[in-house]
Ligand binder design. Structure first.
Ligand code: FRU
Length: 457
């Protein structure tokens, strides 16, 4: 039998005592980061889906607030995004007020003669996110589909710009793009996909610009989550780099191969899904948070009374690789007080013939093994003996990522451990692996088999 693990992450957001899945409505406003999320107010498994709400000033210490958008008898509030309507385009704000507007998916079950439906709806807040009202004209975008969800909305252009929504037609494996002057009336502009990984349904898209490091270029990044069929099995997140002109996204490269290892993946572990970015972060920084779980076993992970955590917030940048192809790099936002978390920086040799294993443990038998293999140019994470693993047959996994670069002879790993979550950043976050573990005691020690250089961060 599986025992519930009592250790709770400190820097990864968890709810007090409920179920958690996707991050929603990530928004920065006047010094505060808002994190909304899919939650079940009445339980620790998926159901009654509503938007929960938490805030933070440092992206590490989060305060949980009242439910923002509750489920109703008619609908669950599926994933979506939030904007600050500074131009009051929707007209929700009165004099002196600023409206936050959430764009969420109204998920309605089949009823009487009506089939199941997913359409896009609005809720607004006039008190900086504390209390929310559903818009009376909901839904604002209904195409008669039961698989149309996860709207990410952002403002494109300056004062004469417009709102852009990216959403998915999940089963068609298509990202659809709509535009609007006011968040209320939407016009279909274009679509992207199917492309690259299509073994699962497409979910939770995001689209944002990033400057390419060391150049004057800006490229657009399209994020597409997919379940199942992710690179490590189950849920996973891929990305495309390209151009966006306000209505249409065009990928720079589309790979004509069925081999999923040739596509761009945001993370190679089992537990990084539905990642989306914050709107309105100052200074052009792009910060993302993902759900650190996997639909394969999310409902069965052995924690109580909470279930699932968010990833650390990650700053993403685009850096050209040795062939000049822009690749996403990720860097976690860490607590000011580094003693709050266990983390290590390790430089590991990876020339042909090198093979090193880093063993993360609490000193006992339970461990996570990270192996860098110079012959296969791979890094693997093995959690098969990491503690509680028997709650689901797909949990005890060995996950594999490519070593970045063609012929480097050493690689730097940054490993963050926070009770049930391990995040591994390879070579400045060019490759990442995110993994849940459920040891009986948190892993705080790193033993190196071989001769890597370890610094305790
Ligand atoms: C992704 C997802 C979304 C949906 C939400 C429901 O994990 O399936 O597509 O909106 O979860 O909770």
């Amino acid at each position: 039998p599986t025992t519930a693990v009592s250790h709770r992450p400190v820097a990864h957001f968890t709810t007090r005592d409920t179920w958690l899945n996707d991050p929603n409505g990530l928004l920065y406003y006047e010094g505060t980061y808002h994190l909304f999320y899919q939650t079940n107010p009445h339980g620790s498994t998926w159901g009654n889906i509503s938007w929960g709400h938490a805030t933070s000033t440092d992206l590490v210490a989060w305060t949980e607030h009242d439910i923002a958008i509750p489920f109703t008898a008619d609908e669950m509030a599926f994933s979506g995004s939030a904007v600050v309507d500074v131009r009051n385009t929707a007209g929700f704000a009165g004099p002196g007020q600023t409206a936050f507007v959430a764009v969420y998916t109204s998920a309605r079950p089949p009823r009487d003669d009506e089939p199941a439906s997913q359409s896009q709806s609005l809720a607004y807040s006039l008190d900086e996110g504390q209390t929310w009202n559903r818009y009376e004209g909901n839904p604002v975008l209904d195409i008669g589909s039961s698989e149309f969800r996860d709207p990410k909305v952002f403002w494109h252009g300056s004062d004469d710009g417009h709102w852009v929504m990216v959403a998915v037609e999940a089963v068609a494996r298509r990202v659809v793009i709509y535009t609007s002057p006011d968040l209320i009336s939407w016009t279909r502009a274009s679509h992207f996909g199917p492309a690259h990984a299509t073994d699962g349904v497409w979910e939770c898209p995001d689209l944002f610009p990033l400057s390419v490091a060391g150049t004057k270029d800006t490229r657009w990044v399209l994020i597409v989550s997919m379940n199942p069929g992710g690179i490590a099995g189950g849920s996973g997140t891929q990305y495309f780099v390209g151009d966006f002109d306000g209505t249409t996204f065009t990928a720079d490269r589309l790979i004509e191969s069925d081999d999923p290892t040739t596509y761009d993946w945001l993370d190679y572990g089992r537990d990084y899904y539905a990642a989306v970015s914050f709107n309105d972060v100052p200074d052009g920084r792009r910060l993302m948070i993902g759900w650190a779980s996997n639909w394969d076993y999310a409902n069965e992970t052995p924690t109580h009374p909470w279930r699932s955590a968010m990833s650390l917030a990650r700053e993403v940048t685009l850096v050209p690789d040795e062939e000049g192809i822009p690749r996403i790099h990720q860097r976690p936002v860490l607590p000011q007080d580094s003693s709050a978390l266990t983390s290590f920086t390790v430089t590991v040799p990876c020339a042909p013939g090198d093979r090193q294993t880093l063993v993360l443990s609490a000193g006992g038998e339970e461990h996570l093994a990270i192996t860098v293999d110079g012959d296969h140019r791979s890094i693997t994470s093995d959690r098969t003996r990491s503690g509680a693993t028997d709650f689901h047959p797909t949990f005890p996994s060995i996950d594999r990522a490519p070593l970045p670069g063609a012929d480097t002879t050493e690689v730097e790993l940054f490993v963050v451990v926070d009770a049930t979550i391990v995040e591994i950043y390879v070579d400045g976050g060019r490759v990442t692996l995110t993994e849940q573990v459920f040891p009986s005691e948190p892993f705080t020690q790193l033993r190196v088999e071989g001769e890597a250089r370890v610094g305790r961060a």
